[in-house]
Design a protein around this ligand. Structure first.
Ligand code: AP5
Length: 210
């Protein structure tokens, strides 16, 4: 199954991508994680992306389209994939169509702006392996240490309150129109994401069957 997860920053796309990945054994592809990895490695693309990400803006379409075009050619995508954070603009969705990529389902996770602020201020991430935690809702076994690889957990720079507001504005202006784009194709399913992770997961799994 080829899936797209849509939703505001902090709606829980990464969290649900992990659950679907475990259930269906298909890779979860996060453009955000790939860009952060490039930033950590100091590559040319990472340096270019940094100023956009730190300001809560989108990285230019041609950069992320190039990343996805290459990633979808990998052998592990043969039986399906989950796109987490791509597409984020109409031109990115059109580029996916032009690549001849068939999308079976688009899951839109809906969460209010108020909840988003609480989730993002408490999020902690591992820059080494990409694992995500929350100080209240998903705490690591040892405070500040990644359960998976033992590296130090940090707060993402773009999770600071002022930047979160910019990310939400960018989302409403540039990404939300994708709901209509995929609704018109009959493949959009809206999932209520306000409650506990397990509730959202149950709704997400149901939406994959509908
Ligand atoms: P990206 O990393 O994709 O950021 P995002 O979409 O803003 O999404 P997040 O990772 O912030 O949130 P999420 O929805 O995955 O939530 P999560 O599961 O972590 O992109 C970062 C930046 O890269 C962008 O701003 C942009 O600059 C650039 N970029 C990336 N892709 C791009 C593209 N295609 N085009 C252009 N630029 C691009 O959950 C959040 C927190 O809440 C976690 O702590 C989690 O534990 C907790 N949580 C999750 N669900 C629940 C729940 N139900 N109850 C309580 N807590 C919960």
């Amino acid at each position: 199954m080829n899936l797209i997860l849509l939703g505001a920053p902090g709606a829980g796309k990464g969290t649900q991508a992990e659950k679907i990945c475990e259930k269906l054994s298909i890779p979860a592809i996060s453009t955000g994680n790939m860009l952060r990895e490039a930033m950590a490695n100091g590559t040319e693309m990472g340096l270019k992306a940094k100023s956009f990400i730190d300001a809560g803006k989108l990285v230019p379409d041609e950069v992320v389209i190039g990343i996805i075009r290459e990633r979808l050619q990998a052998a592990d995508c043969k039986n399906g994939f989950i796109l987490d954070g791509f597409p984020r603009t109409i031109p990115q969705a059109e580029a996916l169509d032009e690549m001849g990529v068939r999308i079976d389902r688009v899951i839109d996770i809906e969460v209010s702006n108020e909840k988003i602020a609480a989730r993002l201020s408490g999020r902690r991430v591992c820059l080494k392996c990409g694992a995500t935690y929350h100080v209240e809702y998903k705490a690591p076994k040892t405070e500040g240490v990644c359960d998976a690889c033992g590296d130090t957990l940090v707060q993402r720079k773009d999770d600071m309150p002022e930047t979160v507001l910019d990310r939400l504005k960018t989302y409403h202006e540039q990404t939300e129109p994708l709901k209509d784009y995929y609704a018109a194709k009959g493949i959009l399913r809206v999932v209520e994401g306000q409650e506990a992770v397990a509730d959202t997961t149950a709704r997400t799994m149901q939406a994959l069957e509908d």
